[in-house]
Design a protein around this ligand. Structure first.
Ligand code: FAD
Length: 625
């Protein structure tokens, strides 16, 4: 029998970013004993890195804004591939979730008349992002953690134990979900510091593990984004959707090499920054696709007027959705009009006074000064695309966030559907709050529905999970995980990156098959106490699985849409819009991709769009009569 520490909960939330914390708060408020498990330090998650803001149609900066406009923008951004029910719930509930954060103690930047200030971002018709300078994620996490502490204080008053109903297990990695028959019975993991095993008996698990960016070489993501939740879900029998859609943010740092990929927030463009090529041309005017032509300015004069008078002018093309801007930058660099270090110029210095840049973009100012010795108040930045966000994730029920596995829920970046083929900036923080809450609620209701019939953890499953975790120590003479990881990142970057072709994706799949063999034989030196090589070895299994999902789905989708651009199939194809590619795991651990029809959009939501716009996306049969 495996030696381990054992705990029992109603709900276990894996991940302590915005989605996980909001889910845990909800589950605890519904009266459920809840654990939060995170592999990083508590407070260190991607959410904390979010800069620009949280999208919610509060109408503070422009009273014409409302949930219907936000819904339309989100569907357009995702090129109509979004799960429309998720997009509807998100647009409707985001303002309440932001106001609720204020009741938890959040301090957003204000308008002159004291309301929450909202800023412009790509693809949003009106200024919509509630923000705190360019450090919004930090405030979001701070506030949610503060709420958790206040709930723990309530529990202390009632029970004498702060952690009676809500406890955080930080620096603890979950490596396997356990099941009793079809239903979730618990989660198995290890303490990163000691390497000792830990088991959570729990009938409901909420995955809130974030994204997959560490499978790519150039990325804005940090070390935790190894696709653990995606892979855990698949191993437990759940399905993933939209995995071919990876968002390459248009503006990452390109120089010096040590910081390549670090994000340059879209707020720089939202606040007036413009993109120029090496010839000094504002090139985005050449890249406005037909589907967006009516909403974007075609002269610099109109684009510049928009910042002061958005009602009577069209938006600057620098604020097109991210997929469009990333592709445009890629084309300029390929055409030989890039900067010395292979990016383009992003200039805010000639657009805003120095003090205003420092006030509105303090993190960007420091980031460039400290990491690249560039003063953004005096000179342009060099930027280029960086792997930023995965639109694909666990296929969930929109209202309850439940997967197809009883007891397994998912929210935040690890869940799929909400953003379709491309996420709008700012729509992630709101997604975390809206669906984090719904996942916590869904999990609580599920636990209630079980009564006394709770699934039980089988000891044989615990032994199997422990053996699997220790397998990298068993072999001698194999490769170390670092070499394989570096090669995997390079292959994904080069062969399934921003622009894709069938033959290159096939090469990627051959490389992935090779990695599979090498991973099975890799060796980890040393012992279980804080051993980064072992941690990476365990994460690599997950990265391989998600990479296979991305590559296999990318090969099947023969069109270009959002975060999936096929050089050999350049246009959008309305027939493909109706198709979801669903990834599931075969018995041998390989990935199977099957097709599934999208659920047609509800009629009242369809009516929110002009027929002419719908014709750009839908097939003849789908159009309203
Ligand atoms: P995260 O916040 O990443 O949390 C994941 C959690 O899961 C972590 O606690 C991690 O330790 C834990 N975890 C992972 N695997 C395991 C495991 N196996 N066991 C235990 N724990 C595990 N979005 C916006 O809307 N607006 C913005 O302005 C914005 N700016 C961004 C800037 C940057 C630099 C980046 C990288 C992203 C930005 N985004 C922004 C995107 C947004 O921040 C993320 O999509 C979002 O924070 C994801 O939140 P999450 O709760 O799903 O995951």
């Amino acid at each position: 029998m495996t030696e381990l520490e054992r705990h029992s909960y109603d709900v276990v939330v894996i991940g302590a970013g915005g989605a996980g914390l909001r889910a845990a708060i909800e589950a605890r408020e519904q009266g459920k004993r809840t654990a939060i498990v995170c592999k990083s330090l508590f407070g260190k998650a991607h959410t904390v890195m979010a800069e620009g803001g949280c999208a919610a149609a509060m109408g503070n900066a422009n009273s014409n804004d409302n949930w219907q406009v936000h819904y339309r923008d989100t569907m357009r951004g995702g090129k109509f591939l979004n799960n429309w029910r998720m997009a509807e719930l998100h647009a409707q509930e985001a303002p309440d979730r932001v106001w609720e954060l204020e009741t938890y103690g959040a301090l957003f930047d204000r308008t002159e008349d004291g309301r929450i200030s909202q800023r412009n971002f790509g693809g949003h018709t009106y200024p919509r992002l509630a923000h705190v300078g360019d450090r919004t994620g930090l405030e979001l996490i701070r506030t949610l953690q503060q709420k958790i502490v206040s709930l723990q204080q309530e529990d202390f008053q009632a029970t004498g134990d702060y952690e009676a109903n809500l406890k955080v297990y930080a620096e603890c990695t979950v490596t396997e979900l356990l099941k009793d028959g079809d239903a979730i019975s618990g989660a198995f993991g290890y303490w990163r510091e000691s390497g000792r095993f830990i088991l959570f008996d729990a009938p409901a698990v909420v995955l809130a593990t974030g994204g997959v960016g560490k499978s790519f070489k150039v990325t804005s993501n940090s070390w935790e984004y190894t696709g653990d939740g995606h892979a855990l879900a698949m191993r437990a029998g759940a399905t993933l959707i939209n995995m071919e859609f990876i968002q390459f943010h248009p503006t990452g740092m390109v120089w010096p090499p040590s910081v390549k990929g670090i994000l340059v927030t879209e707020s720089v463009r939202g606040d007036g920054g413009v993109l120029k090529n090496s010839e000094g041309k504002r090139f985005m005017f050449d890249y406005v696709p037909d589907v967006f032509r009516a909403q974007y300015a075609d002269t610099e004069e109109e684009a510049d007027r928009w910042y002061k008078d958005a009602d009577n002018n069209r938006r600057p093309p620098e604020l097109l959705p991210r997929d469009e801007v990333a592709r445009a930058i890629n084309s300029e660099v390929k055409a030989g009009r890039g900067t010395p270090h292979g990016g383009v110029f992003l200039d805010v210095s000639s657009r805003l006074p120095a003090e205003e840049i420092q006030r509105r973009l303090p993190s960007m100012y420091h980031q460039f000064k400290e990491l690249a010795d560039v003063d953004i108040t005096a000179e342009p930045m060099e930027v280029g695309p960086t792997c930023h966000y995965v639109m694909g994730g666990v296929e969930v029920d929109p209202d309850t966030a439940s997967s197809i596995v009883p007891g397994l829920f998912a929210a935040g970046e690890v869940a799929g559907g909400m953003h379709g083929s491309n996420r709008l900036g700012g729509n992630s923080l709101s997604d975390l709050l809206v669906f984090g809450r719904r996942a916590g609620m869904g999990a609580a209701l599920y636990v209630d529905s079980l009564g006394a019939n709770r699934p039980k953890v089988a000891e044989t499953d615990v032994d199997a999970a422990a053996a699997e975790a220790l397998a990298p120590f068993e072999l001698e003479g194999g490769e170390n995980p670092y070499t394989i990881h570096t090669e995997l990142q390079q292959a994904m970057n080069d062969l399934v990156g921003i622009i894709r072709k069938a033959d290159e994706i096939e090469q990627a799949l051959a490389r992935l098959a090779d990695f599979r063999g090498r991973i099975a034989k890799m060796t980890v030196e040393g012992h279980r106490q804080f051993n980064p090589g072992w941690h990476l070895a365990l994460d690599l299994r997950n990265m391989l699985t998600v990479s296979e999902c991305v590559a296999k789905a990318a090969l099947q989708r023969e069109e270009s849409r959002g975060g999936h651009t096929r050089d050999d199939f350049p246009g959008m194809n309305a027939d493909w819009r109706k198709v979801l590619l669903v990834c599931a795991l075969n018995a041998d651990g390989s990935v199977d991709v099957s097709r599934k029809d999208q659920v047609p959009m509800r009629e009242d939501l369809l009516e929110l769009f002009e027929l002419d716009e719908l014709k750009k996306y839908l097939t003849e049969e789908e159009l309203p009569a």
